[in-house]
Design a protein around this ligand. Sequence first.
Ligand SMILES: Cc1cc2nc3c(=O)[nH]c(=O)nc-3n(C[C@H](O)[C@H](O)[C@H](O)COP(=O)(O)OP(=O)(O)OC[C@H]3O[C@@H](n4cnc5c(N)ncnc54)[C@H](O)[C@@H]3O)c2cc1C
Length: 274
Amino acid sequence: MDQGTVKEFIRPSGDDPTSQWQPGDAWLAGGTFLFSTPLPDMRRLIDLTSLGWPNLVVGPQGLQIAATCRVVDLYDFPPPADWTAGPFLREAVDSFLAGFKIWNNATVGGNICTSLPASPMTTMAAALDATLEIWGPGGSRRTMSVPDFILGNHVNALQPGEVLRAIDIPLESLKRRYSYQRFTLTKHGRSSEFLVGTSDPAKGDFMLTITAATSRPFILRFGTIPTADELHAAIDNGVRDGDYFDDPNGSPAHRKHMTYYLAEVIRADLAGEA
Ligand SMILES: Cc1cc2nc3c(=O)[nH]c(=O)nc-3n(C[C@H](O)[C@H](O)[C@H](O)COP(=O)(O)OP(=O)(O)OC[C@H]3O[C@@H](n4cnc5c(N)ncnc54)[C@H](O)[C@@H]3O)c2cc1C
């Protein structure tokens, strides 16, 4: 749709756009959210896709995904064979409720910054213990975990003028075993629940990421794979009834019930009991 209040379109020079930011600006990535709903306070668009940030950088520390990397480019990325969790990058993109028009434009950073409970790139980044690199005006730099960044439905921790630069996934996460469960009301529907478990084969630990069921991501960590009762108790303690999301894709009661059920399926799978 047209955004009639937008009067200027900025293509920043250099690779740091934050110096150009002023109130009324919006960072433009794929535009699939920005052009889908009226945003009457928007005056200028600053195009992030012209900055030339490299999409996907594999290094000794792991994988850096530029915020401007399109989800279709992540989908097409062939991960190194020894990244046990590498296929999950593609599987998370597959969870996108969207046709090819969205896929070909939407970016990984745009999806995280839209901060919907069912944002699959948020699920991927949280489950792989990613660090988010944030650039701010005046050269400020900070990093955040995904659960600290996403504060609620469509709410995140970005301050005015801050931009998400990159998603850094540590190598250790990419070498973990993983198992995930996703529930949708319809075959190609938006996720009502999207839970991911991972475990380090050497340490035998367990990390459960709960998304879509809740308004923001929750991560529960265990030194060893828990028993079913221990997992149940940890969800009881970690996620309050008010944290479960409520929308036409599922009531909080439904989401709570499914969270316990899917978490146990994942636990049993990684414990070799499935
Ligand atoms: C038909 C349809 C289906 C959709 N399905 C889904 C779905 O299943 N799940 C889902 O989560 N979303 C869905 N969306 C919403 C949206 O398309 C996605 O969230 C998409 O990933 C947004 O990415 P984008 O690159 O297009 O972001 P944009 O539209 O360009 O930007 C989205 C928001 O993030 C901000 N932003 C973008 N990049 C950055 C950055 N690097 N730093 C700081 N702020 C930034 C923008 O200013 C804007 O506020 C859907 C939309 C449509 C129209």
